[in-house]
Ligand binder design. Structure first.
Ligand SMILES: [Fe+2]
Length: 392
């Protein structure tokens, strides 16, 4: 018997019925029965559990080092400030409680923001999203954190590529139709071009820049997060991730909630041996809305020690223009699965507190502009420090 999806009573183990009971097996991801379950997750809440992924071998080390960083016994406030995010024009580094905003309200969490480790473009170039490339900031007292993060991100990239292939199968579109949006094949060549740009003694003209820019700028981010243990109940406010696929490893403490189609919040319990996967708004857009970007939030339940989580965000290439795939090019199975949204249609659409498509780009816009809007909205202080005078 293949250990594929369950959509039955898995939630009974978690203390109550939940539509969030899909567990897909990574080793069997492309089997027909798992693809069928993946389709259900795509048109449903946009959230599922993934078991036995390559991240399982990486997560314990990264959780241990993350906890060490956030422990007041280990890291002094001065050391945290030495890598604060506001010091990085690439939006990388530590930020304290309340500094990130969601839905215009402060989030009760502290975190280290990380991204693809790459050379930086020279300062002052347009478009602004070129500033999203650059080095990370790591704490000097935990030298092994750098390797743990980069190796985790490498595995997460592998999981993303495999999941993207499975989604292509579930939609019934040709191989590469979605994977090409990620632009990963252009990574090394891109780095070389950026290094060459950075070594120039004079800034390039617009025409020279267009010529020198890599065709792809693959992009990914992750966070090491420690939520508050009391006070402001908004750990992170309701939102839909703005990227492609999010891979979330959590500890056992409760707090994560997903919004169902009626606008009710459902607790997402921890499952051992699994990470959570949710779809972002660029997959929603490229699938013409067939795939759902899940609306979710983190609620603070008072606890002796705050919840820790490791979200990884895969994204399209910053240079990708997200072109919606017409319904007519998808398989009959995919379109049939979408019909299961009957209940939602009867209600006149999903009830939600987040505006639909708030991070969808326009028909001609490169994804980088969307990524930039998303970050400057979440991190107003860093934006103000580096870019406030020149505008977005
Ligand atoms: Fe999220």
């Amino acid at each position: 018997m293949s250990p594929t999806a369950t959509n039955t009573n898995a939630a009974q183990d978690d203390g109550g019925p939940s539509p969030l009971s899909l567990v897909l097996s990574y080793p069997n991801l492309t089997s027909p029965s798992t693809i069928a379950s993946l389709r259900r997750a795509m048109v449903g809440l946009g959230f599922f559990y993934l078991s036995d992924s390559p991240l399982e071998s990486e997560r314990d080390r990264l959780f241990a080092l993350t906890r060490r960083f956030f422990s007041s016994n280990h890291t002094s406030p001065e050391e945290k400030r030495s890598i604060e995010q506001e010091k990085s024009r690439h939006f990388r580094g530590w930020s304290g409680l309340g500094l990130e905003h969601t839905q215009d309200k402060p989030d009760n969490r502290e975190q280290i923001d990380l991204g693809i480790e790459s050379p930086a473009f020279p300062q002052g170039l347009q478009p602004h999203y070129l500033n999203l490339y650059g080095p990370n900031q790591f704490p000097a007292s935990i030298p092994e954190l750098r390797d743990a993060v980069l190796s985790y991100m490498e595995k997460a990239e592998e999981v993303t590529v495999h999941l993207t292939k499975a989604i292509e199968m579930a939609l019934g579109v040709e191989e590469g139709r979605l994977g090409d949006c990620l632009g990963l094949e252009g990574k090394e060549e891109g780095f070389e071009k950026i290094k060459a740009l950075a070594q120039r003694s004079t800034p390039p003209t617009d025409a020279e820049l267009e010529d020198a820019l890599p065709r792809f700028l693959p992009y990914e981010r992750m966070k090491l997060v420690k939520y508050g243990s009391e006070g402001n109940p908004q750990g992170v406010g309701a939102h839909r991730d703005g990227g492609w696929i999010t891979l979330l490893a959590t500890d056992q403490q409760p707090g994560l909630q997903v919004e169902d189609v009626a606008g009710q919040w459902i607790d997402v319990p921890y499952k051992p041996g699994c990470i959570l996967v949710n779809f972002g708004q660029q997959l929603e857009r490229v699938s013409s809305g067939l795939i759902r970007a899940a609306t979710h939030r983190v609620h603070i339940y008072p606890s002796p020690d705050g919840r820790v989580s490791l979200p990884y965000f895969s994204m399209p290439s910053l240079r990708a223009v997200i072109d919606p795939i017409p319904r007519g090019e998808m398989s009959a199975e995919a379109l049939q699965e979408e019909e299961s949204r009957d209940a939602e249609k009867r209600m006149g659409g999903r009830k939600t507190v987040v505006p639909e498509g708030d991070l969808h780009g326009s028909a001609t816009e490169e994804f980088g502009h969307t990524a930039w809007r998303s970050l400057i909205r979440s991190h107003p202080n860093t934006f103000q420090r580096w870019y406030g005078k020149v505008g977005a």
